[in-house]
Design a protein. Structure first.
Length: 138
């Protein structure tokens, strides 16, 4: 589908869109953590990397990544207009995520990333429980 406004108009419109974070996905994760009795976490702690959830006793950071913005290999749908800009933007996000993961691990944090599409099923919860159990045993 082609854009029906000029590149300049689209740019001006997009510049007005302010980020509100990934509130919808975070609400799903928070509800699941509460429903399944997973405790000992903080939401939006003031930590490097800005994790969505943090388990202080385990030094475990949980990030919830949107399929579009973080370039999910299964679900990212690249725009058909201004493709160079969007490809650069999404690839930049992926590279930043990788740099951030390396830096946080070097600081002693454990990292778990959950894709937006994983929230439709509770398989991510099993991964989280396994990771928490493993870290408690260390």
């Amino acid at each position: 589908m082609t854009d029906n406004v000029s590149k300049e108009q689209r740019s001006a419109t997009m510049a007005k869109v302010k980020s509100t974070g990934n509130r919808t996905t975070e609400v799903i994760v928070e509800a699941a953590l509460l429903r399944f009795g997973i405790i000992g976490w903080e939401k939006h702690p003031d930590l490097p990397g800005k994790p969505d959830f943090y388990f202080p006793s385990l030094r475990l950071m949980l990030f919830v990544d949107g399929c579009y913005w973080h370039g999910c290999p299964k679900h990212v749908r690249r725009p058909t207009s201004n493709t160079e800009y969007w490809n650069t933007k999404i690839e930049g996000n992926r590279l930043r995520d990788a740099r951030q993961r390396r830096k946080l691990r070097s600081q002693g944090y454990h990292i778990m990333r959950v894709w937006e599409h994983d929230l439709k099923h509770n398989t991510w919860l099993k991964r989280l429980e396994t990771m928490c159990r493993r870290l408690r045993e260390e």
